[in-house]
Ligand binder design. Sequence first.
Ligand code: URA
Length: 225
Amino acid sequence: MLQDRTAVLAAIAEEVRGCTACRLYQGTNNPVPGAGNPQADIMFIGEGPGFHEDRLGLPFVGRSGDYLNYLLNLIGLNRDEVFIGNVVKHRPPENRDPSPDEIIACKGFLDRQIEAIDPLVIATLGRFSMARYFPDARISSIHGQPRYDAEAQRAYYPFFHPAAALRNPGLRKDMEADFRRLLDVLAKVKAMRAGDAPEVQAEAKTPPSPPDDKPEEPPQQLKLF
Ligand code: URA
């Protein structure tokens, strides 16, 4: 039920606000528990908050967020229809990579968010969230290749991190092609949950203009690859 999910997510966010389980909370302005639709079919999981996210307490609100919005719009979705979370909920200093102990300290929050939302597709953004579902895989080899989990009745779908695609325009073609298949992946999971598995072609809507590629101050998430 929507009210239950909303209440569970609010309770998790409250716990994140008071969390001192690892060092990351020190020196931050705001935790970034995650945001979006508690009934989302698609849940995106990024790495961790950057400068702008720390300022606002919301995920993906800097340049990476502009690009994520662009990608969502490309397939006729907007942020209100999905849920966006991160592997760690406080900003790593200087946007460094989160360390294994920090990821473990934060894992329970993400696990509980996933349990509350029960998304049909978990879309990973970058290698840290990918590693939860595809340990030892290389993102350059497996991006855009969904794994369907019959037991969980869910798909895991790995994407490059939006910041990587912004930094390396050569990745954008793949990133956008991977995104264009997201609704197909979702349709297949819906069919799986309904007890059959027809081939479904998702229809992409009119693409919006891409965000401009101007540098952002200070730069976000520069060490993803
Ligand atoms: N990069 C991430 O991985 N997460 C955010 O919330 C913002 C940028």
